[in-house]
Each structure stands twice: as C-alpha cells, then as structure tokens.
Design a binder for this molecule. Structure first.
Ligand SMILES: Cc1cc2nc3c(=O)[nH]c(=O)nc-3n(C[C@H](O)[C@H](O)[C@H](O)COP(=O)(O)OP(=O)(O)OC[C@H]3O[C@@H](n4cnc5c(N)ncnc54)[C@H](O)[C@@H]3O)c2cc1C
Length: 386
C-alpha cells in the first residue's frame, strides 16, 4: 500500500495550487487529474482570469508568480451605465499600490503551477487517472486508482474536482443552487487604440459587459445576457458581433476590430451545504462556485488554500491534516471571508442582471458610490482580496 498524507482529486488551478502548498510543507501528496493539459492557444483565443492583489502576493510567496508568462497589470477600473452619466473610477494610485490586480492566461497560470510542482519531491501526479473506489477506515482512506495495481492510503481526501464534483455527490453532500437566468458570452477583442491597463465594467438595461486588459491591444470581453441573446451572440458572424460590442461599450474604449473564439457559460452560484466530512474536504468550485462577474472564484479559493498553509505552519510539527480538529479550525477560520464574498458577489450579480432597477437609478447609485470615499475604498479592498 502506498502511503500519502493527502490525495487531491482534480488538477485545475485549485488542485495544483493546493498541491504546491502541501508539497512545500513536506506533506506527501498525490494529485489525480482525469485530463492531460491542452495545447497553449494564441493570445486572441486564450482564456484569461483576473487575479487580485492578494492572490498575486500568495503566488509570489509560493514561488509561482515569477513563472507566470506576461501577467497584465490592472491600473484602473471604470464602471459606467449605458446611456447615463453616472460612473465610478477605482485606481491603484488611490490605493497607493502598484496594481489593483492582474490578468493572466489560464494556460500560462497552469503552466507556472506545473513548473513549480516539478521541483517538489513530496508531490506525485497521476494523469490521466480517476479514483475507481475508496473505502473509509478509522483514520485513513484506502483508494484504488485507474491504471495502478497498488492501493493508496491517505489521511485526507480532497475533492477539487470542480462544480459537478463526483466525489461530493458520492459523499452525499448536497448543494444550494442559485440560477441567475443569465449566460456569460466570453471572447477576446482586439481594440484599435489598446487598453491602457484599464478594466471596464458597464451596466446594460439587461445584463452587463466587462473588459479586462489582456496582451498588447487585446481585452477579454465578458458579456452577460439572457439565454436567447446568448445564443444569437454566439451565432453572429465576427463583423456583426464586433458592431454589437461597439454599440454596448460606447465610443470611449475605441473600436473593436477583431475577436477570438466565443464561449458561453450559464451563470449560477452553487454552494455545498457542508464542506467537510470525516477525513474529507471540498475545495475550489466543488465547495463554492460563484457568478464570475466579480472575478472572485479562484481568488477566494487561494485564500482558502493560504489558510491551510497557515495552519500547517502554526502547528510546527507534522500534524494530522485530516483530523476533525484541523478541518474544523480551517472552516471556522474561512467562514467570514467566504460568507462575505458570496454575499457581495450575489448582490453584484443581481444588480448587474438588471431586474426591476431602472438604469437611471443604477447610474445614480454609482455616482453616489463614487462620492463616498470610505465605501469606495472598502469595495476596492474587497476586489483586491485585502
Ligand atoms: C467565465 C468565467 C470567468 C471567471 N473569471 C474569474 C476571474 O477573473 N477571477 C477568479 O478568481 N475567478 C474567475 N472564475 C472562477 C474560476 O475560474 C474558478 O473559481 C476556478 O477555475 C475553479 O477552479 P477549480 O480547480 O476548483 O475547478 P476546475 O477548474 O473546474 O477544475 C477541476 C478539475 O478537476 C478535474 N476533474 C473533474 N472530475 C474529476 C475526476 N473524477 N477525477 C479526476 N479529475 C477530475 C477536471 O478535469 C479539472 O481539471 C471565472 C469563472 C468563469 C466561469
């Protein structure tokens, strides 16, 4: 029987980051991922993710940040309402920080995480592989994995296998789901006059459109719309899609002249009713999957992971990370931040989706928000994860 402290199922950004933390703390870890990495896309077709200032600090301390290829700094966030005068501007300068956050390619991030893992002797990776069966013993799991004759024993089993987590279902942990009846259409736009490191968020009568600065003159566009509009936006030819984007974004950002592949996602929030059971922990999207509008999903999970690192460091000696005490302390410590981020993200998602709030009232709200210094600073700090 092969002995591990921890088995992580799921090698997305959360599983990989967690494996780094455990490996760097000398906890013998096995990561099981069902897929092999895809090939790197060119910039116009790349998927991107916004990392907060706090996530930047976490990845810097884990030795990941310097390996991420070409992160783009966000210097300013400009929020406007289509057809109205109200607006709000958040800047890194006002926060007296070098950046509000960064945009990185998801594949570049995964590459940097993989590279960091390669230097860690305490971490093994099995890929492509899945868990075939598992048996709970008094103080360990006994697991069999595809293509492996020998069984595995571990003190803690972590499900980082995403929103539809099979392990969560097998542990009979239920979820609360909020369906926003909206879809996100996502693509990269080539903007004629460049992005100048500014992120834009624009309220529309029904939904919102956001631009994140990306490589050179590219910007990642996330447009939230209802199901019918999502389908028609995905089916439009490029020229008509670009015209629609220009119409919604207005003249200020410049002319979008090319676009990449378009993806479409249903917008839901899904929260596990319990994130732990005996020697079992849910992490990442398996535990809490948020509406992407506030760009908080991975950022929140990284702070969860950082808490695990802090607890291990505090224990000084090699501790039993699957014990009830360890897992309960972790959840207790993370409760406030998780609840806060879930609450605020849900409120932003509802505000963004339009509903009964008229656009003039949204513009007025935004102008008021912009004039309230302390509230604005607190909100900026929320976005930055600090
Ligand atoms: C449109 C959109 C934009 C977003 N933008 C941002 C943003 O800007 N900032 C931010 O912080 N967050 C953002 N998020 C959220 C962020 O993408 C997620 O929080 C994060 O990717 C979750 O990572 P994860 O590793 O938990 O899950 P996943 O990325 O889903 O990874 C799960 C992994 O588990 C593997 N797996 C599944 N089942 C098994 C199995 N049975 N055995 C083995 N392996 C398995 C899968 O292959 C996959 O690799 C966004 C989300 C969306 C949808």
């Amino acid at each position: 029987m092969l002995q591990y402290d921890c088995v992580i199922v799921g090698g997305g950004a959360v599983g990989l980051s967690l494996a780094i933390v455990l490996g760097q703390s000398n906890y013998k870890t096995l990561l099981i991922e069902q897929k092999v990495p895809g090939k790197i896309q060119d910039d116009i077709n790349a998927r991107t993710i916004a990392l907060s200032f706090a996530s930047h600090r976490i990845y810097s301390m884990l030795g990941v940040w310097e390996k991420i290829k070409d992160p783009i700094s966000i210097q300013e966030v400009l929020v406007t309402v289509k057809g109205q005068y109200g607006s709000s501007k958040l800047t890194a300068e006002d926060q007296e920080l070098p950046s509000l956050g960064y945009v990185v390619g998801t594949q570049e991030l995964e590459q940097a995480l993989e590279e960091t893992l390669q230097g860690l002797t305490y971490v093994d990776i099995l890929r492509p592989a899945t868990v075939l069966s598992r048996e709970a013993r008094q103080d360990a799991w006994h697991i069999s994995v595809s293509d492996m004759a020998e069984k595995i024993s571990c003190k803690l089993l972590i499900a980082a296998d995403g929103m539809t987590s099979q392990l969560r279902q097998e542990q009979q942990i239920s979820c609360q789901q909020t369906d926003y009846d909206h879809f996100a259409v996502m693509t990269n736009l080539h903007i004629e006059k460049g992005h100048h490191n500014i992120a834009y968020e624009r309220f529309l009568p029904k939904g919102a459109i956001a631009l994140l600065p990306w490589q050179q003159s590219l910007a990642t566009c996330v447009w939230t719309v209802d199901e019918m509009q999502a389908q028609s936006l995905v089916n439009l030819d490029d020229d008509s899609f670009l015209r629609e984007c220009q119409h919604q974004l207005g003249a200020r950002i410049g002319k979008p002249i090319a676009c990449g592949k378009r993806w479409c996602f249903p917008l839901k929030m899904q929260l596990a009713t319990n994130q732990m059971s005996a020697r079992f922990l849910l992490m990442g999207n398996a535990a809490h999957s948020l509406h992407p509008i506030a760009a908080q999903g991975l950022n929140l999970s990284l702070r969860d992971i950082w808490q695990i690192r802090s607890q291990i460091r505090k224990a000084k000696m090699h501790c039993d990370i699957g014990s009830v005490d360890f897992l309960e302390s972790y959840l207790q410590a993370r409760k406030h931040d998780q609840e806060r981020v879930i609450f605020i993200t849900d409120k932003i998602a509802r505000f963004m989706s339009g509903g009964p709030i008229p656009t003039w009232l949204r513009a007025l709200g935004l102008t008021l928000f912009d004039s309230l210094g302390p509230l604005k600073r607190r909100f900026t700090a929320f976005g930055m994860g600090i």
